[in-house]
Design a protein around this ligand. Sequence first.
Ligand code: SF4
Length: 385
Amino acid sequence: MVLQLYVHFPFCKAKCFYCDFCSHPAGQEEMLRYCAALEKEILSAGKKWIGAEVSTVFIGGGTPSLVPEEGMERVLRAMKSSFAFRPDVEFTSEANPGTLRENWLELMQRYGMNRLSLGVQAAQDALLKRIGRIHTFAEARQAVEMARRSGIRNLNMDLMFGLPGQSAGEWRETLDAACHMEPEHISAYSLILEENTRLFDMVERGQISVPDDDAAAEMYSLAREVLTAKGYSQYEISNYAREGKRCRHNVGYWQGAYYLGLGVNAHGMMPPAREEDARWIRLANVEDTGEYIRRMEAGEDACALREAIGEEEAMFETMMLGLRMNDGVQSSLFTGRFGRAMEQVWPDELESLVRDGLGMWTGGGFRLTDKGLLMQNEALLRLMK
Ligand code: SF4
């Protein structure tokens, strides 16, 4: 069996104002205890999924570059000894400017990291400050230089638009500045105002405002225009890559690869046990870091949710994830997985998407049009039974 690994580190220096991810500030001692707990989970997962081959690894957070080398090495060593990595493994770690260190980069690459994803977000320090980022743009540039010097040849930059008070001109400046640094991959995300975040409260109280939907849609179009002109091709609503540099890990998620999530609040999608009547098993670990550490130290299971995904739901998931990509869902993938063609499952619905200009048949499958990509929820609702 081939699978992808996701490993979560829930630590950040400070909480960004828009963030609702599982992350929080922590001291060295807590980070080291967490690493020891994670090591235990990895060793036990390796015994459970013995013989599995790993095609991609993604170390995310939080801020993995904040984790002390001593703890990180325990985790990396456990991964290497528990799983067989494919020779062409794509091994990504997230990192944040302002926390990146040469020693950390050296350690990660010694254990196989070959792709770095940096949270740059914006080129204007005032904007970075307004959303609670801990770094300046100059620090982001220094982080890129440090990564390149250390030998990283596959670099992603995360950028954000729709930020409070952000103008189209500033967004363009960010895109230009990012392209100037020549990363192999750029993710351009629209800010999503999540409840229970500081930014949400600030907007609710009228202390700050964010660009409206029309302005955000213009920024999305601007990203497409600028990035395409600079040689990046869009392969998913928020993702752009140079030739051959798509993020294989994320493409795997969207194409229904098996993945195993390790660490607090990590999620997975794995095959069912032989006797189970299910297509996939969705897994999720406990959401609280203290509880995760406690369970691991007590020799208990970190899993808090185990849900069987039946045929119907798996077919819908295949469309929901696959249609995020510009290539859409390949007919051969769908038929190979379910023994039925998409047009047999949703004959009227797919036809209505084509009729309304939201979807189209390609040589090998079905995809959403540009209009459909912007109205994904509407398009997917039609496929819900
Ligand atoms: S660095 Fe990332 S994970 Fe950490 S608080 Fe900011 S957005 Fe959230």
